[in-house]
Write a protein of this length. Structure first.
Length: 355
């Protein structure tokens, strides 16, 4: 097995969930960047995992905070994290920054949103976000917003008129248009409207598990045909029971490759590298957290109190190397595995971020 694959997580979390600060925030419905712990274990685990770069979530996703001001403050928080750890972290502004992170054995931090609400009614804010270093903006979370419908919005109404303006402004600023969490029509319409390739940075395949957070073959194929990127997540939605296993992730990757081709599929785990040590304690808190998400209308079908929001046998510092081993066992050659683990995302970044 090659140990020098470039590993790029198209959506992940950098945090030590066992640290006292992170544990204290674990019960909150909305966790902010201030709630994260970037400590020695976080950084050591990221390096040990082989991680080259990760798209982290910052800014407003849901909750009562004022979206725009909250998002600006979150960018400041992450700028401080990066500045405080210059030997380990680097802020990614270009695809070459990811290449440099790999060369220098640092972890590239890609700033991304999981909801575009902070744009407000002013698309010119998108250029400001780009200036501040944001390189990925997801249009919606699970619910509808003024840009389009999320995957749990019952109307499946697609992209709004303002949403078309947002997509155009994102392309003008060369920010990735991420269609994770979007409703089917929002995804299809945004993909067709975009002047640049778009992405679905963390998803599964609905042909295998029929849940709203997973994408249909039509969505996957259209994104790939237009030069985009699809990242498969390590989430309960890859198994109909919710008790997902590593083999399920491999099945979704294989299906996505069959639909999209091997040049357009990668990984977006939606999780941490550092494992939760006390799973029994975490399980006790999970029911309350899931109930709060459902009550707030931000949960997704498939989130349940008895299922972890990660794949239990594909976590921790060995998760990427374990996935490589499983892909090898599936018969994938080293070139295909290299593409899936990072090169496809890097090539997509070249297509979108290049001036």
């Amino acid at each position: 097995m090659s140990t020098d694959y470039m590993i790029i997580n198209a959506l992940g979390i950098l945090d030590n969930p066992n640290a006292e600060h992170s544990l204290a925030a674990a019960h909150k419905l909305v966790q902010d960047s201030d709630d994260l712990t970037i400590d020695a274990r976080t950084l050591a685990d990221a390096h040990a995992s082989g991680l080259t770069a990760v798209n982290i979530t910052l800014g407003y996703t849901m909750g009562d905070a004022e979206p725009y001001s909250h998002t600006l403050r979150e960018i400041d928080v992450w700028d401080r994290f990066v500045a405080d750890n210059p030997a380990d972290l680097v802020k990614v502004l270009t695809a070459d920054d990811i290449r440099a992170a790999h060369r220098d054995s640092r972890v590239g931090i890609i700033y991304g949103f999981q909801n575009a609400v902070a744009v407000g009614d002013d698309p010119t804010r998108i250029a400001q976000f780009h200036h501040l270093g944001v390189r990925v903006i997801q249009l919606t979370y699970n619910q509808a917003n003024h840009i389009g419908d999320g995957s749990m919005a019952p109307g499946n109404r697609g992209l709004s008129a303002f949403g078309h303006e947002v997509v155009e402004a994102l392309c003008d600023s060369r920010i990735m248009v991420d269609l994770s969490h979007s409703g089917e029509n929002t995804c299809l319409e945004a993909t067709r409207a975009a002047k640049l390739p778009v992405s679905i940075n963390h998803t599964g395949c609905r042909a295998l598990v029929d849940l709203p957070r997973n994408k249909t073959d039509e969505e996957l194929r259209l994104v790939a045909e237009r030069g985009g990127f699809v990242g498969i997540y390590f989430m309960p939605f890859v198994n109909a029971t919710g008790h997902a296993r590593a083999a399920d992730v491999v099945n979704h990757i294989a299906h996505a490759v069959n639909v999209c081709g091997e040049d357009f599929v990668g990984i977006g785990t939606d999780g941490t590298v550092t494992s939760i040590d006390d799973l029994d304690g975490y399980r006790a808190q999970l029911a309350e957290h899931v109930a709060h998400r459902q009550a707030a209308g931000v949960g997704a079908a498939g989130e349940r109190a008895d299922t972890f929001p990660f794949v239990e046998d594909l976590r921790g510092v060995d998760q990427f190397h374990q996935l490589i081993r499983l892909l090898e066992q599936r018969g994938f050659n080293s070139t295909r595995i290299e593409k899936i683990m990072g090169r496809n995302f890097l090539d997509y970044a070249d297509r979108v971020w290049a001036a």
